[in-house]
Write a protein that binds this ligand. Structure first.
Ligand code: DGL
Length: 252
């Protein structure tokens, strides 16, 4: 059990930001990543479509004998985590916007959440926002998902987008929630536009939850070199090349 791999999936490139963090935090684990790039973006699809695609991705990873499933996609967590939990016989850990961390970081200032249209409209987000942070400003950003899918993570394109979207609040912003794993790759342009504003991406929280879940079932790998395997639903070799590029040169 301890030596079985962990499955990680996202609609495409975004979950690689999670994969990178998991690899650093759990070096003995074997991680199998599936990016459903062919069907990205998920965020403009219906909840039913997102659920069906998530089940497909999960089944593919289950066939590889994973001991746990990481939903490295806020959109899939919102639409499908409950179904995945009910259908799979391994623990499922999903990522979602961290309002508590955002409130702590923002103090009295405003909180802006960037996420997909699906995430923002589904009950999971709406209820959490109402309960924890009703004043949060929610901005749907499908354009950013497409930029990251194309490998654009810096420069004038994302900076212009952030500048325009954040203009109404400018100096009033106390924290920005990256409510989509694709956006974790856009820290540099966000810092350029909103210098000094804390960016909250929930990845550490997800890593902690996964570690706790694996510890509880005695499945945490404690030795061995671990490793990473990457898969994509897109047949285009350029997509896999972009995945490696996003992970960075030093990624083992
Ligand atoms: N990376 C995903 C998320 O965390 C979804 C992006 C998309 O496919 O729309 O929400």
């Amino acid at each position: 059990m301890r030596s079985a791999p962990i499955g990680v999936f996202d609609s495409g490139m975004g979950g690689l930001s999670v994969l990178r963090a998991l690899r650093a935090a759990m070096p003995h684990e074997r991680l199998i990543y599936y990016g459903d790039n062919e069907n990205a973006p998920y965020g403009t699809r219906t909840p039913q479509e997102i659920c069906a695609l998530s089940l497909q991705a999960a089944q593919l990873l289950m066939q590889k004998g994973v001991k746990a499933l990481v939903v490295a996609c806020n959109t899939a967590t919102s639409a499908a985590e409950a179904t995945l939990r009910a259908r799979l016989n391994v623990p499922v850990v999903g990522i979602e916007p961290d309002f508590i961390a955002a409130r702590e970081a923002a103090g009295e200032k405003k909180i802006v959440v960037f996420a997909t249209r699906a995430t923002l409209s589904l009950p999971r987000y709406r209820e959490a926002r109402l309960r924890l942070c009703p004043e949060a400003i929610s901005i749907s950003a499908p354009e950013l998902v497409l930029m990251v899918e194309r490998g654009v993570v810096a420069g004038p394109e994302p900076e212009a987008f952030f500048r325009e979207k954040l203009a109404p609040w400018r100096d009033e912003i106390g924290a920005i929630v990256l409510g989509c794993t694709h956006f974790a790759f856009l820290r540099a342009p966000l810092h350029a536009v909103a210098p000094g504003v804390p960016l909250i991406d929930s990845i550490d929280r997800l890593t902690r939850s996964l570690r706790n879940v694996l510890t509880d079932i005695n499945a945490l790998a404690e030795d061995g070199a671990g490793g990473v395997e990457l898969y994509s639903s897109a047949r285009d070799p350029a997509v896999l090349a972009r995945m490696h590029e996003l992970l960075g040169e030093n990624f083992p």
